[in-house]
Design a protein around this ligand. Structure first.
Ligand SMILES: C[S@@+](CC[C@H](N)C(=O)[O-])C[C@H]1O[C@@H](n2cnc3c(N)ncnc32)[C@H](O)[C@@H]1O
Length: 230
């Protein structure tokens, strides 16, 4: 069933948090076995970073990291990297903690920071991040917020740093489904569509190096996959 057009609800973030808190296991069971596309774009972005030649430990940020599988796990698997995972949902983050850290002795525990909250409220020093990753997450922000976020991501990235994310391929201001994947899965998506998304990423000061429209492996919709360089 296609999402219906609707106004952006005032309590959008609370509703999204409540949905993902309730339905995280249902979403993860659906999404994790179908992660091939996400992993392929992450690998491509990591390839551009040329990590072997970095003098200092790289810093990675993942927006809407969900339960951490497989993307945050892959980011952490690079020795010495500092990884920040952010998500609105406490349930997703507590699953991520369990999936990514085997115990207090796990050295990865010292390299991973999990931050609960709206990605829109995050702040990092300028030029402090090597890679910002956002798969199927920025699509949950109203599109005016997406535009403002591109500007902040561009500021956070070091020169030569990269941003990899996917977006709605078609323009949609506000789309809602009452029960997505789960009876408790009230859901909201928004996007500028291919042309305007790319325009806004460039306007933020990033150079688009990959812009592919691809059918999704599990979703009926196509997505725009972007890798952009600061
Ligand atoms: C479709 S899931 C994607 C999870 C993971 N990135 C993946 O590819 O499987 C969207 C995730 O984004 C989170 N999310 C939604 N809105 C958010 C926001 N404003 N700030 C931070 N996380 C958000 C949700 O809680 C959920 O875990």
């Amino acid at each position: 069933m296609d999402p219906a057009t609707a106004d952006v609800p005032e309590n959008l973030k609370e509703r999204l948090k409540a949905s993902y808190d309730a339905m995280a296991p249902t979403y993860n069971e659906w999404a994790i076995p179908n992660s091939k596309q996400r992993v392929a774009y992450l690998d491509k972005a990591l390839g551009y970073l040329n990590l072997e030649n970095k003098p200092e430990a790289p810093a990675f940020l993942e927006l809407g990291c969900g339960c951490g599988l497989p993307i945050t796990q892959k980011l952490l698997s690079h020795p010495g990297t500092k990884v920040i995972g952010n998500d609105l949902s406490d349930t997703q983050l507590s699953l991520a903690r369990g999936n990514l850290i085997s115990g207090p002795e796990d050295e990865a525990a010292h390299r991973l920071e999990l931050i609960q909250g709206d990605m829109n409220a995050l702040a990092f020093p300028s030029e402090s991040l090597d890679l910002v990753v956002a798969f199927y997450s920025i699509i949950h922000l109203p599109r005016t917020e997406q535009e403002a976020l591109f500007e902040r991501i561009a500021q956070w990235l070091k020169p030569g740093g990269h941003f990899v994310a996917n977006f709605a391929a078609e323009e949609m201001e506000s789309a809602v489904m009452e029960k997505w994947l789960d009876d408790r899965g009230w859901m909201f998506w928004s996007g500028w569509g291919q042309e305007q998304t790319l325009e806004k990423i460039k306007k933020a000061g990033l150079e688009v190096v990959v812009a592919d429209i691809a059918d999704d492996v599990v979703d009926q919709h196509s997505f725009l996959w972007v890798i952009a360089k600061r």
